[in-house]
Design a protein around this ligand. Structure first.
Ligand code: UDP
Length: 418
């Protein structure tokens, strides 16, 4: 492997657009992968991948190797933290800004692409904004619990271009003052992979990950950074519920947000029990096949409210982590309460049709289509806050016509007697 900077020009002498993708976890890589593939096969673009975060931690399965195995060859691995159990997210942010900042000033890209709501995403957006480089944010405009909610919207404000999953997300970004011309609805790129014919068979998945049982659920439970105080009791309740059920479970390790050490410690007590197969992480396509054939997803992963409904697989969504997110008949919401979890497992919704709320598998094509328009590259680095007309009724807010209309913000006074 050799380290390569950007090429000076394309095959016909023209300069190629330099697109830098930043990835910090299995979660964002699965979604960036279809986009990187589509960019990589176009002559007019060059790509580089800055791989950091959990990808570089052996405790979490050293998933940078998945990026290599996916056939990409312009990968810059960067260790932004050590594998110690109690991650300090603010320090990880600082380290990533430092490492990525060095990279961007040494090898300036034309566009930095970030996904979602991770600390590494925020670092990517900050580095882009502070180095006057265009930032494209994939899947902004969503709502959720935990610190992800804060990070996601902060990233949107630091990004120049938004590629969102659906119209709900588009409208939220407009509410945040983003201009409609900066927002493209492309769907969620993981749906491209979910609906593709490139997934491994269930037999391959079983063989690869040594899964011995037949029917199974998937357990994925992450920390909620705003509720770390009661975490030990909550994860103990979840683990006790799955133990008391008669189900088999594939158990995936949590992400490395603050509190993950507590979850990992508890979850690892399941190891050695033949009803549970504990794995640090699975390759995205393998995970999707596992999901497609699962009885249910249990826990608080985004996959329970976003991906499982695409396959019509039921989810037992526990706690607040996915608060305010998509609701669908296949999703059963419960708190970290043993009886409720067991009842949900016993009375799962059945025969729920697939949901296409997050797209129909065209995201990568739509994304590259946007990158091929000269207008996109002419996007001003100086962002403007676009005021909205807020009607105070059920109407969706719309942008005011700049210089013609004035914003009408009839916000009711709170706590003032009439
Ligand atoms: N995922 C994966 N391998 C795994 C577990 C999850 O590829 O072993 C994918 C999953 O399909 C989803 C994403 O990672 O797209 C998010 O999962 P996770 O629960 O890790 O994070 P969240 O989005 O809830 O923060």
């Amino acid at each position: 492997m050799s380290v390569d900077a950007w090429s000076p020009s394309g095959p016909a002498g023209q300069s190629r657009r330099r697109v830098l993708f930043v990835t910090g976890t299995r979660a964002d890589f699965g979604k960036l992968k279809p986009l990187i593939r589509e960019v990589a096969c176009r002559e007019e673009f060059e790509y580089r991948i800055f791989a950091t975060g959990m990808h570089m931690l052996s405790r979490y399965g050293l998933t940078v190797n998945e990026i290599y195995r996916s056939g990409f060859d312009h990968i810059y691995p960067y260790v932004n933290q050590d594998g110690s159990v109690n991650t300090q997210m603010d320090l990880v942010l600082a380290n990533t800004i430092q490492g990525l900042g060095h990279f961007v000033r040494e090898f300036p890209p034309d566009l930095i692409v970030v996904h979602g709501d991770r600390v590494e995403t925020l670092a990517g957006a900050i580095v882009g904004a502070l180095n006057n480089t265009l930032v494209a944010h994939i899947e902004g405009g969503e709502i959720s619990g935990t610190v992800d909610e804060l990070i996601r919207h902060a990233v949107s404000k630091l990004s120049h271009l938004h590629f969102v999953a659906n119209d709900d997300a588009r409208v939220r970004l407009m509410q945040m003052g983003e201009t409609c011309e900066s927002i493209s609805v492309i769907g969620s790129p993981d749906v491209d992979v979910m609906l593709s014919d490139s997934l491994p068979s269930m037999d391959e998945v079983r063989a690869h990950y040594d899964i011995a049982f037949g029917h199974y659920g998937i357990l994925l439970y992450h920390p909620v950074t705003t509720e770390v105080a009661g975490l030990r009791e909550r994860i103990a309740t979840v683990v006790s519920a799955v133990q008391r059920s008669d189900w088999n479970f594939v158990v995936l390790y949590p992400n490395n947000d603050t509190g993950s050490d507590v979850i990992l410690e508890t979850v690892l007590k399941l190891q050695g029990n033949s009803r549970f197969r504990c794995l640090p992480s699975m390759r995205f396509e393998y995970f999707l096949t596992l999901l497609k054939h699962a009885r249910a997803v249990v826990g608080n992963s985004s996959c329970g409210v976003r991906e499982a409904p695409v396959y019509g697989v039921p989810s037992v969504n526990i706690g607040t982590r996915q608060a305010n997110r998509y609701r669908y008949p296949s999703i059963v919401d419960v708190l970290e309460d043993e009886t409720s979890i067991l009842a949900a497992l016993d009375h799962l919704p059945r025969a729920i049709p697939p949901s296409f709320h997050f797209g129909r598998g065209q995201s990568a094509k739509l994304f590259v289509g946007s990158l091929q328009t000269p207008r996109m590259w002419a996007t001003p680095r100086q962002k403007q806050f676009r005021d909205m007309v807020v009607n105070g009724d059920q109407d969706r807010p719309r942008e005011i016509v700049p210089g013609v209309e004035r914003p009408d913000r009839r916000v009711p006074a709170i706590g003032v007697s009439q």
